[in-house]
Write a protein that binds this ligand. Structure first.
Ligand code: PLP
Length: 230
């Protein structure tokens, strides 16, 4: 299957899930998670109409930017971002999806202020409170959102989450529901219905995520095939 065929199949599945949830297919953005795939694969996805491409390693993103891999589609940063690499991402990624701590938020604010831009971000929720994972816990999220609102050079567009990799389907669904509830609550109370994106769902669970309210899914292997780690 080619990348274009895979995207068409994923789009059809997205449309069906959106319909089941009483929503329009175009209300769900498809982000291609292109890590470990080369610039040619990225260009193929752009040509096939992907809504955005997401990278999760700074070094790889920088190399592929130099190859002009993303021309024609917005670029998202979706991986764990170390504070000392923030300057390589701010102003280059259209959306940083993985802002999961106050320290990272401040570093992004500083870098964006220096460039005199406003950086669009999502706040990442560590929904299961996993030790090894970054992200605001559900309890910390309101203070993270307030802190972001106070900073002039970041703009919060929504939430992102990655549930525990080993969660059974039922537990996974509960995590999606929980983050959806956090999104609705935060949107009403702090953003006055001004949030756009609820980013959740990957190759194995994007249809469940859409039925639970996702407006953005990040799909890697179902589009690009399995990754070959070196
Ligand atoms: C790789 C990745 C994805 C996509 O994962 P697949 O299971 O290959 O679809 C989604 N989100 C993030 C943050 C990723 O790093």
């Amino acid at each position: 299957m080619s990348i274009a065929e895979n995207i068409a199949r994923v789009r059809a599945n997205i449309a069906a899930a959106a319909k089941e949830a009483g929503r329009k297919p175009e209300d769900v953005l498809l982000v291609g998670a292109s890590k470990m795939n080369d610039a040619a694969a990225c260009r193929e996805a752009v040509a096939a109409g992907i809504d955005a491409l997401g990278e999760n390693r700074v070094q790889e993103m920088t190399a592929k930017l130099a190859e002009d891999a993303y021309r024609g589609a917005p670029l998202h940063f979706i991986g764990h971002l170390q504070r000392n690499k923030v300057r390589q991402v701010v102003g280059r990624a259209d959306l940083i999806q993985s802002v999961g701590s106050l320290a990272l938020l401040d570093e992004i604010e500083k870098a964006a202020a220096k460039l005199e831009i406003v950086q669009d971000i999502l706040l990442e929720v560590n929904v299961a409170g996993e030790e090894a994972k970054s992200g605001f816990s559900p309890e910390e999220l309101p203070s993270g959102a307030l802190a972001a609102l106070e900073r002039e050079h970041v703009r919060v567009l929504g939430l992102m989450t990655i549930p525990p990799a080993d969660a059974e389907r039922e537990a996974n669904l509960r995590y999606f529901d929980k983050v959806r509830a956090l999104f609705v609550d935060m949107e009403e109370k702090l953003f006055h219905n001004g949030l756009q994106y609820l980013s959740m769902g990957m190759s194995g669970d994007y249809e469940d995520a859409i039925r639970a309210g996702a407006t953005m899914v990040r799909v890697g292997t179902a589009i690009f095939g399995s990754r070959h780690y070196v």
